[in-house]
Write a new protein. Sequence first.
Length: 184
Amino acid sequence: MDIDIDVGDILSAVGERAGTSVNTTHRQCTIKIKNNSSDYKLMDPRNYTYSGSCKKPLPATISVSSSGTGLFIKAPHTASGSVGVFTYDLYQNSTKQNRGKMAVMFSNPFDFNLYSNWFAVGVFDMNKQCDYDLYNEMYYNEVNGFVRSEAKCGSLTYTSEGVTIRATMSDSYQPVIKVQLSDD
């Protein structure tokens, strides 16, 4: 007698019994940004998705003492994750100048048997493009101008250009990345 067992069906059934829904194949990464700076606002967001797409765009501007959210999702009906990078210009109100680009890299893979959730934050020069090269640099290269970690290892803190960026990423199929900008 052959028994065909689908782990996804089992987890969904367990989730339904517990009153929750468990979808082990859906990947999405929710971004929550809080600007606690008294002098900087975040402007002109850009994003690059290596895998998936941006479902809910990041706000065009996140002013002083404001917050914003975005959502990146995997491509439907594919064995892929939600992976990419986004940037914001760091506009200093007191000087009326852009002082650099805040960048956040995220990787929420499809296959947790081979990969894990990773994230990175940093500040780059204004000429840095938000593209594959930036994603590749923040995911693979030696840490220079940013900090990187697996989600399960805790929070990140990066200080540069008069600002401190703190970030966390939950270690789950559908993680939330929380980014907090404050004055240094």
